[in-house]
Design a protein around this ligand. Structure first.
Ligand SMILES: NC(=O)c1ccc[n+]([C@@H]2O[C@H](COP(=O)([O-])OP(=O)(O)OC[C@H]3O[C@@H](n4cnc5c(N)ncnc54)[C@H](O)[C@@H]3O)[C@@H](O)[C@H]2O)c1
Length: 333
């Protein structure tokens, strides 16, 4: 079993990675246990645990979804010394994690991510939350889990499109934090190194006051394109398109080598990313940018690459350069 420590000061926790990692769950839970799980997944064998089944998807990240989970914790009389186990992809983890953070002013949480995206990204770092009527993830908390169990067996049933979403984040880690990962063939090692990359960043900057912003590489244009597609474009495809935009801006603004931009394109293409994009006018994408969470005072601030493994957050970029990069990516060239 591979193990990565998320060294949040005062509250470190392990991420266990490998086939069969779920077997560790029984030894990690404390007190009464409520498993909040994606109803599409088979039940877990954990004697004595209550199970609450919810549908995955953005609908669970709503006030109604949150109420459903919190009502279930109350119905099962989960006490302050109990544990919530979030079993599912990022939508279940975000909503169940938020519920765990507010129920009884916060109870223990164990994340059991079942999508590749959740394993390498959303289950680690303590961001929980739901969507407001206007913005994704606008309501939430920082609530670190006690442990994360990445059992790779779950991925056997994961649809290809969902795997691609996870790979977009893996390519993001490769380009921004661990360029050596590009040459790693062993899948478990790729997951471990991705987890390690995220763990190191969130341990150094839990509340996203600076360093953690590098994790938003590709998400500035990515979020705009995803939102403009009416969320019909998969998150990973949108982020992949956003990374292609950011790399081209990096080349113009920071002199990022062309070979790095090409390498990123190759790594994405190897996983079918970004694939076909919606037919969007460049102006609409530019207009959608300042709504991004990283925008301060209405102007987007870009995470750019000076080189592979050298990300730099906080860049304001002249509109013409952004326009050219967005136009190039939307046209598929
Ligand atoms: N908290 C964070 O730091 C963070 C980071 C990145 C993304 N997110 C959030 O994560 C969410 C996306 O997560 P996601 O892509 O995991 O979505 P998801 O939870 O909707 O899961 C995607 C689909 O896969 C299915 N599924 C899950 N596990 C499966 C398995 N093992 N086999 C077969 N099918 C399975 C689900 O039923 C669902 O249909 C978004 O809401 C995003 O905002 C949060």
């Amino acid at each position: 079993m591979r193990r990565v420590e998320v060294a949040i000061p005062g509250r470190p926790y392990p991420v266990l990675i490998g086939a069969g990692a779920i077997a560790e769950l029984a030894g990690l839970v404390e007190g009464q246990v409520v498993i909040v799980q994606d109803l599409a997944l088979p039940p877990l064998a954990l004697p004595g645990a209550a199970v609450v089944k919810v549908a995955a998807g953005e609908d669970i990240k709503s006030w109604d979804g949150l109420r459903q989970i919190v009502d279930s914790l109350e119905a099962h009389r989960l006490g302050r010394d109990g544990t919530v186990v979030a079993l599912g992809g990022g939508t279940i983890g975000d909503a169940a994690g938020f519920a765990a953070s507010i129920w009884q002013r916060g109870v223990a949480l164990i994340n059991v991510p079942t999508t590749l995206l959740a394993m390498v990204d959303s289950a680690i770092g303590g961001k929980t939350g739901i969507n407001s009527s206007r913005a994704k993830n606008a309501i939430g908390s920082f609530w670190q889990p006690r442990a994360v169990l990445c059992d790779l067996d779950w991925l056997d049933t994961l649809p290809e499109a969902e795997k691609q979403s996870g790979y977009a984040e893996i390519v993001k880690y490769t380009m921004t934090l661990d360029p050596g990962m590009a040459d790693v063939g062993d899948f478990a090692e790729v997951v471990e190194r991705s987890v390690r990359a995220k763990a190191e960043i969130v341990a150094a900057d839990e509340r996203e006051s600076g360093l953690r912003e590098v994790l938003n590489y590709g998400h500035t244009a990515g979020h705009a394109i995803e939102a403009l597609s009416g969320y019909t474009l998969a998150h990973g495809r949108a982020v992949a398109a956003g990374m292609r935009v950011a790399a081209r801006i990096s080349q113009r603004v920071l002199g990022c080598p062309a070979a790095v931009v090409e390498q990123q394109d190759r790594l994405l293409a190897a996983h079918g990313l970004p694939g076909p994009l919606p037919d969007l006018a460049v102006d609409r994408v530019l207009d959608a940018l300042p709504g991004d969470k990283k925008a301060r005072a209405g102007r987007p601030r870009w995470v750019l690459l000076r080189d592979a493994g050298r990300p730099e957050p906080g860049h304001e970029v002249p509109e013409e350069i952004v326009r050219e990069a967005v136009a190039e990516i939307l046209s598929g060239s």
